[in-house]
Ligand binder design. Structure first.
Ligand code: CO
Ligand code: ZN
Length: 331
């Protein structure tokens, strides 16, 4: 496992709509591995790898963007009020730190309330960026910020901010690397889409898939698990293998794609799990609906504490997801 690469990917700035820095990192990684790289109008990076011929056009998508905050108002005292970029929950904010695009770090806190134990709404939170007043506040209205959460390896687990979905970007980069390094013969033309603005509505994957016009599309993203205290009933557990999507809040995976991924997992002798996620969805839901419709599915990395600054995955699940996809592309 290339932890240096995963660290670079997870730590780089890239809230939805502000993916320039993370796209540059990914661009440098994939350029030597593919035949062509192009950047679409909404900012997604599409890396194209030509197959040996006679195969399909297969789109694989991992999103580059991350959830974050955006400054909406600076108070007289210099405190920054903010809105969310994507699914930010107040419970995951208080006491954490954010870093704005210009490098300014702030602490997220909450107004004093009479009932200090009730759950605050986002509008009751503020960010202290060290300003003494509005005049010397180093953050302006409209500035985007990312949460801070370093990468830590703890036994078999990896914890970091933005595993959603930089771990998917990592898997997709390593799939391209394996196809190229091992000179795996695949008949298929592979379009690796590193998409933008997934967290606010699957924008980048939708538009890039339209241009690619693939025969099949697979997203690579994190999914929740049912193995934490009082979790929703869910068969997916951390460390039990990559999850092959059957259904989530936005789509039913196409049976052809689902079965193909199951066959690949069996062929490679990998552990795998069938995923039914009750809420939430991925880029596959958008790619499925472009043009006349695209058979789509998803390989998911089981992840605990999704959309917190400490998202946890299992190292073996990540490695096995790479092998699963490479095996599926060879068929
Ligand atoms: Co997400
Ligand atoms: Zn995601």
């Amino acid at each position: 496992m290339n932890l240096d690469l995963l660290e670079k990917l997870t730590q780089t700035f890239g809230p939805s709509g502000y993916e320039d820095a993370i796209r540059d990192i990914i661009h440098a990684e994939v350029a030597p591995l593919v035949d062509e790289v192009r950047i679409d109008p909404l900012g997604s990076l599409v890396a194209y790898r030509r197959g040996t011929g006679g195969g399909q056009k297969i789109a694989l998508a991992a999103h580059m963007d991350e959830i974050g905050v955006m400054a909406t108002y600076v108070e007289e005292q210099g405190y920054v009020r903010f809105t969310s970029i994507g699914g930010v929950r107040p419970l995951n904010c208080v006491g954490n730190r954010v870093c704005f695009a210009n490098g300014v770090v702030g602490v997220v806190s909450v107004e004093r309330r009479d009932d200090a134990n009730s759950l605050p709404a986002l509008q009751h939170l503020y960010i202290d960026v060290g300003a003494t007043g509005r005049e010397d506040c180093p953050v302006a209205v409209g500035d985007p910020g990312q949460f801070i959460g370093p990468l830590v390896r703890q036994g078999k687990r990896l914890v970091s901010k933005t595993m959603d979905d930089r771990v998917g970007c990592y898997v997709l980069i390593e799939v391209l690397r394996q196809l190229t390094a091992t000179a795996v013969e695949t008949p298929h033309d592979v379009y690796a889409i590193f998409s933008t603005q997934e967290e606010i509505g699957l924008m980048g994957a939708r538009t890039s898939a339209f241009r690619v016009d693939p025969d099949m599309a697979i997203s690579i993203d994190v999914t929740g698990t049912g193995d934490t205290p009082k979790a929703l009933p869910m068969a997916v557990e951390l460390g039990k293998g990559p999850a092959i999507k059957v259904k989530d809040g936005g789509m039913i995976a196409h049976p052809l794609v689902r079965d193909r991924l199951v066959a690949a997992a069996k062929e490679a002798g990998l552990p795998y799990q069938m995923e039914i996620l009750l809420g939430g969805s991925t880029d596959a839901a958008a790619m499925q609906l472009v043009r006349a419709g695209v058979p789509s599915g998803c390989v998911s990395i089981p992840c605990r504490f999704v959309h917190s600054p400490s998202e946890m995955v299992d190292e073996a699940d990540v490695e096995n997801a790479i092998t699963l996809l490479v095996t599926a592309l060879r068929a």
